[in-house]
Design a protein around this ligand. Structure first.
Ligand code: HEC
Ligand code: HEC
Length: 100
C-alpha cells in the first residue's frame, strides 16, 4: 500500500514539474515570433549606417543622442511600436514617440 501511495505522489510531483516548468521567454528578435518581434516594412532596405547590424544595435543611441540623426529620421522606415519600443520596453529604455 505504501508503495502505491509513494508511486502516486511521485507521479503527481513529476506532473507538477512538467506542468509548471518555466516556459520559453520571449525576446525582441528581428522577424521573431510573438508581440515582441521586431518587424519592418520589407519595402525599406537597411541603410548603410546600420552595417554591421550588431554594432548598430548597441550604438544607435549614441548616434541619435549625438544629434547625427533625429528620431524622426528613423521613423521614416521604423514604426515605433513594432521596431523601437518593443525592444525599449524590454530593456527599460524610454519609449520613442512619433511626434508627427
Ligand atoms: C531606410 C530605412 C531605415 C532608416 C531610415 C532607419 N532604419 Fe533601422 N532598420 C532598417 C531595417 C530594414 C532594419 C533591419 C535590418 C536587418 O534585418 O538586417 C533596421 C534595423 C534596426 C535596428 C536593429 C533591430 C534588431 O533588433 O536587429 C535598430 C536598433 C534600428 N534599426 C534603429 C534605427 C535608428 C535609431 C534609426 C535612426 C537613426 C534607424 N534605425 C533608421 C531600416 C531603417
Ligand atoms: C534591439 C533592441 C533595440 C531596438 C529595436 C531599438 N533600440 Fe534604441 N536602445 C536600445 C538599448 C539597449 C538602449 C540603451 C542603451 C544604453 O543605455 O546603454 C537604447 C537607447 C536608445 C536611445 C537613447 C535613450 C536615452 O535615454 O539615452 C535612443 C534615442 C534610441 N535608443 C532610439 C531608438 C530608435 C529611434 C529606435 C527605432 C528606430 C530604437 N532605438 C530601436 C535598444 C534598442
Amino acid at each position: 500500500m505504501r508503495k502505491v501511495i509513494l508511486a502516486v505522489a511521485l507521479l503527481v510531483m513529476m506532473g507538477l514539474v512538467v506542468g509548471f516548468y518555466p516556459g520559453y521567454v520571449e525576446k525582441p528578435v528581428k522577424d521573431g515570433l510573438g508581440p515582441m518581434a521586431i518587424r519592418l516594412d520589407p519595402r525599406f532596405p537597411a541603410p548603410a549606417y546600420h552595417n554591421p547590424l550588431n554594432w548598430w544595435q548597441t550604438h544607435h543611441m549614441d548616434v541619435v543622442n549625438r544629434g547625427d540623426f533625429t528620431q524622426q529620421d528613423c521613423l521614416h522606415c521604423h514604426q515605433p511600436q513594432t521596431s523601437c519600443n518593443n525592444c525599449h520596453t524590454y530593456v527599460g529604455v524610454p519609449e520613442i514617440v512619433d511626434s508627427q
